[in-house]
Design a protein around this ligand. Sequence first.
Ligand SMILES: Cc1cc2nc3c(=O)[nH]c(=O)nc-3n(C[C@H](O)[C@H](O)[C@H](O)COP(=O)(O)OP(=O)(O)OC[C@H]3O[C@@H](n4cnc5c(N)ncnc54)[C@H](O)[C@@H]3O)c2cc1C
Length: 406
Amino acid sequence: MTQSNTNFDVIVVGGGAIGLATAYYLSKRGASTLVLEQFTFQNQLGSSAGVSRQFRIPYPDEYMVQMALDSMPYWDELQTHTSATLLDKVGTLWFGDPTVQSTEGNIAEAMKSLDALGVPYTSLTAQEIESQYHFKNIDPNYTGLFQADGASIDFRATIKTLYDQCQQSEHVTLQQESPVINIEQTSGIFKVTTPNGVVQAEKLVTVPGPYVNSVINFLGFNIDQIIYWNMASAYFRKTDPTIQYPTWFVFQNAIGDNGNQFYGFPEVGWDHPDYIRVAPDFVMETVPEPNQRSLVPNEQELAYNSEWVKNHMTGLDPTPHFMSTCLVGLSTIPNKETLIDFAPVFVPNHKNIVVSTTGWVAKFTPYLGKILTDLALDGETDIDLTPFRLGHKYFKAFQLPSLNTY
Ligand SMILES: Cc1cc2nc3c(=O)[nH]c(=O)nc-3n(C[C@H](O)[C@H](O)[C@H](O)COP(=O)(O)OP(=O)(O)OC[C@H]3O[C@@H](n4cnc5c(N)ncnc54)[C@H](O)[C@@H]3O)c2cc1C
């Protein structure tokens, strides 16, 4: 819907998956909502780039397992709005060295959390991983688990469905090519400036993904416990069309500069038929600032990725195709993946500013939209967000350099 009005109940800054999901839930509550996106909607320059993501339930922390379980009805609801299959339930396979900790977690701890919450899974030996899932030359000491509710997310269709729903809603205005370049507050009203003009609202939801500081800096705070990964990805042609992999992740210790953690997908109908995606889950170097990321994948990371495919996967040609990058912001707070909080108390009307950033949150997309909506409209949600209310650790007061100068 287009609206000449410049006053809204809520302005959502960031039109990636989470921004659109938030606008979708805000519209269900009848809140007039503006989504500002600096690039175009469905762009390839944020964390929602690419077309597939993994939905998985295994996590070392029980609250993350619970979050994944709780998000499932929200996926079911979103599914009613599209004929595309949003979650292709091929299962989650986790395998490798059970002592290894990665940004995804740890196998042994995840088994404990699944047990505690009664989530069914199958334990696997190295031999079973090879015989049942097409991998080869697996270290005999490796263990694994298979959890049947894991899925390959058609992320492009997810984002399109949310975008279409927002566009059809009388409550949502979508504005692209509108980078936020200033935010001011007057009498409890946020005035948000983009090159297209000034818009205003009483509430803000800031979901700018890895670009989070570029937005919250205008509000007088900053996050420094964040690193930026410009992640490489590639596809491999199937030489054996009968082989189908689940979504999978391998936990291994790094070897020199080879981070040695990889993940992959099945062949899916929505993405390069006859090819499957396999990617490194590490970067050899972090990016100092989001605007310094490259769209060219790191060659050495891709070489390690192909080596893994060649040495450990069957039915694939190890030549990489369709290479790309995707930028993600990750928390440097140990075992804390995602921040969902209000702005810090030193910011006036801090409870009218909701911030969410960092982590692997594609799997929570619709659920996170609902949570951020509750926080924005009600100032609370019935979900226990204690593990995600990390603002006291993340947020630091920040003054824009130009404000110092004048
Ligand atoms: C390679 C890779 C693999 C991943 N795999 C998984 C996975 O398997 N499972 C999983 O759950 N998650 C995964 N993730 C993480 C997941 O994709 C992200 O958590 C999710 O896409 C974040 O969405 P978002 O909307 O918060 O951020 P983004 O998609 O980055 O959206 C933020 C938007 O805000 C806009 N923006 C920023 N600043 C401004 C501004 N000043 N003004 C206006 N607009 C602005 C940006 O342009 C951007 O479009 C993966 C990420 C990557 C990179």
